[in-house]
Write a protein that binds this ligand. Structure first.
Ligand code: CA
Ligand code: CA
Length: 415
């Protein structure tokens, strides 16, 4: 079940091929138009200084083809909830205006529209983005239909905060998949965790539902949600340069450009629909996905930080040939986030293991390590975890840990 490379490869190449043929088509048909730049999501853009019917024709066609792309790699419609219900649709903070009271969303159940600075009891509610967010009471949900490309992989990133002491959970679903995300553990001292969820689009239009399955006595309990964003994933394949997929973690969920917290990849994620393509997050707790604008990264722009000791692990199952010798090499470092002390990363390849000590001064840096092993079966589980829990020296409420990046698995020709 861990190998669906054919599908993934297809999903990866077809939009690019389509873009390319459209580019060629328009380049020859309309030589005065310069398709000068491929932007982020679908890598496509046109100049805005055009006029006339040909431009209309072009834009209509492009809109029809690329509307989906314009929705990806960023907030979904009103994903930051800055557009709110009319005053008549609110009773205090409670949305009473029906299913469509919050623009772009469909809501049901006890949904509150929260303004930054509002108080709940003696707690001041902080909104992570802009001035507004929503709170989902017992059995409340928010839902949005999103145009996607059937067969493609996507990740959703959203900000969530719990409000009551009880264990809270969120059920996020994009039919037919769903995931229940525990939010009893906060990974950031801001109180808001950016959380990622991955899915494969089974339809051209999918319904993304964020639902609070909780049944608390206090209806005002229930998580706050803000900044819902979507990103297309291009799951990388294993190659003869690396038997692991996405070994550098460069392909992953949307990271809010202004967020200094990284993104939480929640636990119990299977390879098929991981927001971190190729990788599973095993055991009880999350790993953190970090980016180079805000953290020290050993290779490229992205890496993972093992923030929950032995309770969180990332893993991938690689195809191996029994009896053959392999080398698993990787970088261990720190994210330059005041995460100091003696760290140990444990790497596993099937039953073989290596412990890699790393002395972190919390200022960035990394070292390479390698584990040589003989494969015992056609599939070898590669796994990483941190031996210890670590806290940031500047913030004792934030978990942190060693960074793992640039993971390579190669077979040795001469064992
Ligand atoms: Ca907001
Ligand atoms: Ca990397």
């Amino acid at each position: 079940m861990f190998y669906k490379q054919g599908q993934r490869g297809h999903a990866h190449t077809s939009p690019a091929a389509l873009l390319h043929s459209l580019y060629i088509f328009f380049f020859h048909l309309l030589p005065s138009f310069h398709l000068y730049h491929y932007p982020k999501s679908a890598e496509f853009h046109i100049q805005h200084n055009m006029k006339g019917s040909r431009f209309m024709f072009l834009s209509v066609l492009l809109y029809a083809t690329f509307h989906v792309s314009s929705l990806t790699d960023g907030l979904v419609g009103n994903g930051n909830f800055e557009l709110g219900p009319k005053p008549s649709e609110l009773k205090g903070t409670v949305v009473i205006g029906g299913r469509h009271a919050i623009p772009e969303w469909e809501i049901s159940g006890f949904v509150e529209y929260i303004k930054s600075g509002q108080k709940q009891g003696d707690m001041l509610l902080v909104v992570p983005e802009g001035a507004y967010a929503v709170r989902l009471g017992n059995e409340a949900s928010i839902e949005q239909k999103i145009k996607v490309i059937k067969g493609m992989y996507y990740s959703i990133t959203f900000m969530v905060a719990r409000t009551c002491a009880q264990e809270e959970r969120l059920n996020i679903s994009v039919a037919p998949d769903f995931g229940v995300i525990p939010i009893q553990t906060l990974y950031t001292s801001s109180g808001w965790d950016p959380i990622a969820y991955g899915f494969k689009a089974m339809y051209d239009v999918v319904e993304m539902v964020i639902h609070n399955p909780g049944v608390e006595e206090d209806p005002a309990c229930g998580p706050l949600v803000d900044s819902v964003a979507l990103k297309t994933l291009y799951p990388p394949k294993a190659t003869n340069q690396n038997l692991l997929k996405n070994g550098g973690f460069e392909e992953g969920p949307y990271v809010f450009p202004n967020s200094t917290w990284g993104v939480i990849i929640p636990p119990n994620i299977e390879d098929d629909h991981s927001p971190l393509p190729g990788w599973m997050v095993e055991s009880l707790k999350a790993v953190k996905y970090i980016d180079s604008p805000h953290f020290s990264i050993p290779e490229g722009k992205r890496a993972v930080e093992l923030v929950a000791g032995k309770e969180s692990a990332i893993a991938q199952v690689a195809r191996t040939i029994p009896g053959k010798t392999y080398v698993l090499s990787f970088s261990v470092g720190d994210a330059s986030n005041s995460c100091e002390g003696s760290m140990i990363v444990e790497a596993f390849a099937g039953k073989d293991t290596i412990k890699v000590p790393y002395e972190s001064k919390g200022k960035g840096g990394f070292k390479r390590a390698a584990l040589r092993f003989v494969a015992a079966s056609p599939r070898t589980r590669i796994m990483f975890l941190s031996t210890f829990y670590t806290m940031r020296s500047d913030d004792f409420s934030s978990l942190c840990g060693p960074v793992v990046d640039d993971v390579k698995l190669l077979s040795l020709r001469k064992p």
